[in-house]
Design a protein around this ligand. Structure first.
Ligand SMILES: [Zn+2]
Length: 257
């Protein structure tokens, strides 16, 4: 189930990395590269695809000799199981929906390629398989029902297993995902509450808003240092000019004599 998921979302070549990360924590990317006989860049390329779906977490340490970072990867099992549960839930929903409409929909199938097409698509293709050219035949609705029920049953079993694993990982999940969810929820609640309070206090706040600019005006009034500064500078400049005049006087005296 896990292999299925990782393969589906991140590609088949991620499975060899999964095999190494499974049941381990903080595996160095150099170790992974060494075990697989590939370069560290190739390892990163594969792992980034897993990271896109949050299937892995990492820590990094700076290599004091070489000055670069070394990444240590951990497969995020609870996250993966949760993804599986999501996928199974969706698949179960689809299967149930399809089961409801088995009688009023038609599906055409190519016996050679085993490709299936809904009636509208098959009609457009003039009931000829687009891959091998074989005439497609309508699939027996009883067989479709049977297949869908089979898929539904398997998905429900998988979901049950996923939920059991999730339960057993409860502590880990509580530490990561649930904690975050609770945090986010709390943050949202606070936002909602403050929004509500704000909505209630609109009448009061309008009064406050009126009083606020007054304060601001007072503050701005309290800021005449702007006026003081130019005075200081003028004093300075006057001092400077005074010095200059003194210099001029001295120079005059020097040159006059
Ligand atoms: Zn075909």
């Amino acid at each position: 189930m896990l292999v299925e998921l990782v393969k589906e979302v991140a590609g088949a070549d991620t499975l060899k990395v999964l095999e190494i990360l499974k049941n381990k924590k903080n595996v160095s990317e150099f170790k992974i590269a060494e075990k697989l006989g590939i370069s560290v860049n190739q390892v990163r390329n594969i792992i980034y695809r897993m990271q896109e779906h949050n299937l892995v977490t990492f820590t990094r340490k700076k290599d004091s000799d070489k000055g670069w970072y070394i990444y240590y990867w951990t497969f995020d099992m609870p996250r993966a199981i949760m993804l599986i549960a999501d996928m199974k839930n969706k698949s179960i929903g689809d299967a149930k929906e399809n089961l409801l409409h088995v009688e009023d929909t038609r599906v055409y199938v190519c016996k050679n390629c085993r490709l299936k097409f809904p009636e509208m698509d098959a009609l457009e293709m003039q009931f000829l398989c687009e891959t091998c050219g074989e005439i497609m035949l309508e699939e027996d609705s009883a067989k479709r029902k049977k297949d869908l029920s089979k898929r539904l049953k398997k998905d429900e079993e998988d979901l049950k297993v996923a939920n059991e694993i999730l339960m057993s990982h409860r502590e880990m999940i509580a530490k990561s995902a649930e904690k975050q969810m609770i945090k986010e929820k709390a943050e949202k609640d606070i936002k909602r509450k403050t929004a509500r309070e704000l909505a209630k206090k609109t009448a009061k706040t309008t009064k406050k808003v009126v009083s606020k600019p007054k304060k601001k005006i007072k503050k701005t009034v309290k800021k005449p240092p702007v006026k003081k500064k130019p005075i200081k500078t003028t004093k300075k400049t006057s001092k400077k000019s005074a010095k200059k005049t003194v210099k001029k006087r001295i120079l005059r005296r020097v040159f006059n004599h």
